[in-house]
Design a protein around this ligand. Structure first.
Ligand SMILES: *C/C=C(C)/C=C/C=C(C)/C=C/C1=C(C)CCCC1(C)C
Length: 246
């Protein structure tokens, strides 16, 4: 059985486990006294994000989430498959937080979540493909295509819907959207330059550390910004300037 190598790789996985656990506990403590159902919704979603990641990091630190994949022409690659199990659930939850903030309609949410799930699944197929490097890179390209369309939707129709919200809320959406835009763009780069791409420009321990930093920022960092803006979370009313219909 494969186990994480001692040193940076193992340390990164434990930092991931501890960081996600602390994030989960912090969000639970912060949300404990929240009574407004609309605010509670954000807490429920945002607590599950680092909680799922903590379990995934723990499994990887224990060597459970790691397998050896023999790839034609590349030898045996060590692949942390547990990441994808985590991302499959946590990335749609992150998008759901953004969608709630933006007051996005169902079709926009369905499109985003669909693209996101497609991106993670084609990513894991690429990571586990044994038939050679060309196929792995082809799956990477498909997955990255889905990410580009997803980010385009975040910048386009979702931002447009968010702009109809109150100033506070639209501003919070803007900050979180930009955070997602920047952080999520690094994932395909780390993947293709790391073990998964077969290029091995970034050695596995460095890749593991990079993903830990990205994951903690994209989940715990995202959650801290979101949940510390409580004033922006409660008001669902759409700020319609100069319209007092009822
Ligand atoms: C908390 C975890 C987050 C925010 C994970 C985000 C992951 C991605 C945006 C991954 C994207 C990928 C590609 C676009 C191509 C290669 C395979 C992936 C899955 C690494």
């Amino acid at each position: 059985m494969a186990t994480p190598s001692a040193g940076l790789e193992s340390i990164s996985l434990w930092i991931g486990t501890i960081g996600m656990t602390l994030g989960t506990l912090y969000f639970i403590a912060q949300g404990w006294s929240v009574r407004d159902p609309e605010q509670q919704e954000y807490y429920i979603i945002t607590i599950f994000i680092p909680a799922i990641a903590a379990a995934s990091y723990f499994s990887m630190a224990m060597g459970f989430g790691l397998i050896e994949v023999p790839v034609e022409g590349l030898g045996t690659l060590e692949i942390y498959w547990a990441r994808y199990a985590d991302w499959l659930f946590t990335t749609p939850l992150l998008l759901l937080d953004l969608a709630l903030l933006a007051g996005a309609d169902r079709n926009t949410i369905a499109t985003l979540v669909g693209l996101d799930v497609f991106m993670i699944i084609t990513g894991v197929v690429g990571a586990l493909a044994r038939t050679g490097q060309a196929q792995r890179i082809a799956w990477w390209a498909i997955s990255t295509g889905a990410l580009i369309v997803l980010l385009y939707y975040l910048l386009g129709s979702m931002s447009e819907q968010a702009s109809r919200m109150s100033g506070d809320r639209a501003a919070l959406f803007g900050r979180l959207r930009n955070l997602v835009l920047v952080l999520w763009s690094f994932y395909p780069i780390v993947w293709i330059l790391g073990t998964e791409g077969g290029l091995a420009i970034i050695p596995l321990p460095v890749e593991t550390a990079a993903f830990a930093v990205l994951d903690i920022s994209a989940k715990v960092g995202f959650g801290i910004i979101l949940l510390n803006s409580r004033s922006a979370l409660g008001e669902a009313e759409i700020a319609e300037p100069a319209q007092t219909a009822d």
